[in-house]
Ligand binder design. Structure first.
Ligand SMILES: [Zn+2]
Length: 326
């Protein structure tokens, strides 16, 4: 009697269970598309350095799309309708934030309004330096000794500098933030994201040690950059930015300001002026000729031949700096 009652309950449970799974399968095929568990998470990323790390953390678990084509400036881009269509259905967006890539967030909105991770909110920032002549102590200072200095700047007038990705140490925190966001959206792939993030972090630490070792051997320290992309890198590796031609990107400097920059180059004995592949080289040529210093190139974005990974991009920039500072 009791035994048959237990059996009856068991049979009942099995029936309920099989009904449940049948119902699920029915819903999946009824929708016509893949079931939610097999559909890949679609991610839209604003700029190449963040795209490179995001695709490496995601591995084959997510479909990662880059919005800004290589060769374009990170401070404004109008994607074509075809480019926007490719982002359709994105569930996660990765952007810098800090007023830099609002253009990318607008595109994300029209492509399905995904949740947006702004990596600029995940790391410590410093304000944009708008003075042509930096009134700081002369010579090199590495970031290790500079944390107190960064705190002094907090709360000062001056918008936070968005170029946080050009410091590998901050990129480690950014890697963690991206992995956490991918995991939150796709918990089933948690272990894969964690493993890929660990591999990437090891590579970033290795990159940091290599650049630190190289930069410590440089005998000269001062350069002038075209737009203010290098502040975080400079702080970490003891490079002194003698002046910035265009401190607010996209805002053309006045003739009086350019004259101050040339003065600053001479006064600070800057070793070189660096233009950028995404910008017009002509103004840099004029200033470099006037100030009688070599004109080089630094790349804040990459994604082109020889700069096809974040590490390759940072190494390339380090090569350019070393050529004039060693
Ligand atoms: Zn920039």
């Amino acid at each position: 009697m009791i035994r048959s009652a237990v059996l009856g309950v068991l049979v009942g449970l099995v029936l309920v269970a099989s009904c449940g799974s049948k119902k699920e399968a029915g819903t999946g095929s009824g929708s016509g598309g893949p079931t939610p568990t097999t559909a890949k998470l679609k991610v839209a990323v604003s700029i190449f350095p963040l795209y490179d790390v995001t695709r490496r953390i995601a591995g084959d678990r997510a479909e990662v799309h880059l919005i800004l084509p290589p060769g374009k400036s990170e401070h404004g881009y109008d994607p074509t309708p075809q480019e926007i269509a490719k982002l359709d259905g994105a569930k996660l967006g990765v952007a810098v934030g800090l007023d830099m890539d609002g253009w990318a967030e607008n595109v994300m909105k029209s492509a399905g309004d995904p949740k947006v991770l702004r990596i600029g909110e995940k790391v410590k920032t410093v304000p944009i330096d708008t003075k042509p002549i930096e009134q700081e102590e002369s010579g090199a200072h590495h970031e290790g000794h500079d944390h107190a200095h960064e705190h002094e700047h907090e709360g000062e007038v001056g918008a936070p500098d968005p170029h946080v990705w050009l410091d590998p140490d901050r990129m480690i925190l950014i890697t963690q933030a991206i992995a956490a966001e991918l995991t939150a959206m796709d918990p089933e792939s948690k272990d894969i994201y964690a493993k890929n993030a660990a591999t990437l972090t090891a590579s970033l630490k290795d990159l940091d040690v290599k650049i630190m070792t190289r930069s410590k051997a440089w005998t000269k320290h001062t350069v002038v950059t075209f737009h203010g992309a290098l502040a975080y890198y400079a702080r970490r590796y003891g490079v002194r930015i003698g002046a910035v031609v265009e401190p607010i990107a996209g805002k053309e400097p006045t003739a009086a300001y350019i004259a101050e920059v040339i003065e600053a180059i001479k006064k600070n004995k800057a070793s070189a002026l660096f233009s950028e592949p995404q910008l017009d080289r002509a103004p840099g040529e004029v200033i470099a000729r006037e100030a009688k210093i070599p004109l080089g190139e630094l790349d804040p974005i990459g994604g082109v031949t020889g700069r096809e990974s974040y590490e390759a991009l940072l190494t390339w920039n380090t090569d350019q700096l070393e050529a004039v500072l060693k």
